[in-house]
Design a protein around this ligand. Sequence first.
Ligand SMILES: *Cc1c(COP(=O)(O)O)cnc(C)c1O
Length: 359
Amino acid sequence: MKSVRHLIRDDIRAMSAYQIADIPSGFIKLDAMESPSHPFEGHGVLMQELQAQLASAPIHLYPDPAKSGLQEALRAEFDIPDCAAIALGNGSDELIQFVTMLTAKPGAAMLAAEPSFVMYRHNAALYGMDYVGVPLNGDFTLNLPAFLEAVKTRRPALTFIAYPNNPTGVCFARGEVKAVISSSDGIVVVDEAYGAFNGDSFLPQAGRIPNLIVLRTLSKIGFAGLRIGYAAGCPEVIGELQKILPPYNMNQLSLTTTKFALRHYGIISANIGSLKNERARMMAELGGIPQIKAFPSQANFITIRVPDADLLFDTLKQNRILVKKLHGAHPLLEHCLRITVGSAAQNDAVLDVIRRLYR
Ligand SMILES: *Cc1c(COP(=O)(O)O)cnc(C)c1O
């Protein structure tokens, strides 16, 4: 057998694949910040309408995202300023990749907090950027002096700030993020994947600050399977981004579904509201268990520190509940687990296991 392995970049051969959990059916899946149910479950008429629209979507034609009306719908629903340009991505992951490609000149640096979303560092490696990771404080707040020092000395072409942060759930102080944007000569991406669960956003500043890109996704608000993300910023930068995005990166079925979803955003808003209530309830319940430290979350997950992360992870798994084990991923995440906020019943199942373990 001929092998072509030697042709593949050494650094890529040394990587391991992104782990997508393979779980048996019947498991409660709380590892990936998915919504607990289809956003329109229980809305039979809407489901039928959506089915009809999908059935007549022009799947024989290449999509034209610019003319699809989706950008206008996003602008209207999320109050994106007229002066901002928008680029659509097949998930915001794709936009992270292409923004990296945009700035990856030889010797250019990417800056991010650690721990944060793993795809930042991954893309820096893929596109040959020097990655600079600045550790968070122990309570997962931003170490602003260290971060600003890195801005000054490393002069990053690209900085990623997840606002709120993943995998910690903590949202950095707005003033600190503003300080990073204003002190940086490079592009600063404020990644608001969890923006819908947070009381604050940089979207109103999109298009008004030359080096700001605000990144958003529909994945965490009920549409992880659609793969729809968008970047909003000044036309000068977004125009360059549009040049390198694959021309047909969005598909007709996603575009149709997203436009439909935005017309019925009230239902999505209500779903977000329920998850926020569940988050508050979980925080209160977890806060009453002395062995657990629950970090304040503005996202649809809660990161906790326990005496033995492996023990809780395995016990949850034995009870057919999958969460994300963060222990081992970064020194600051010692004995931490990340639990997606699910339905009331799913959350009760989690609390039940936790209470029995720590009683
Ligand atoms: C989930 C997530 C994304 C990626 O979302 P997509 O599904 O690709 O839109 C981006 N950034 C952060 C911080 C995330 O947690």
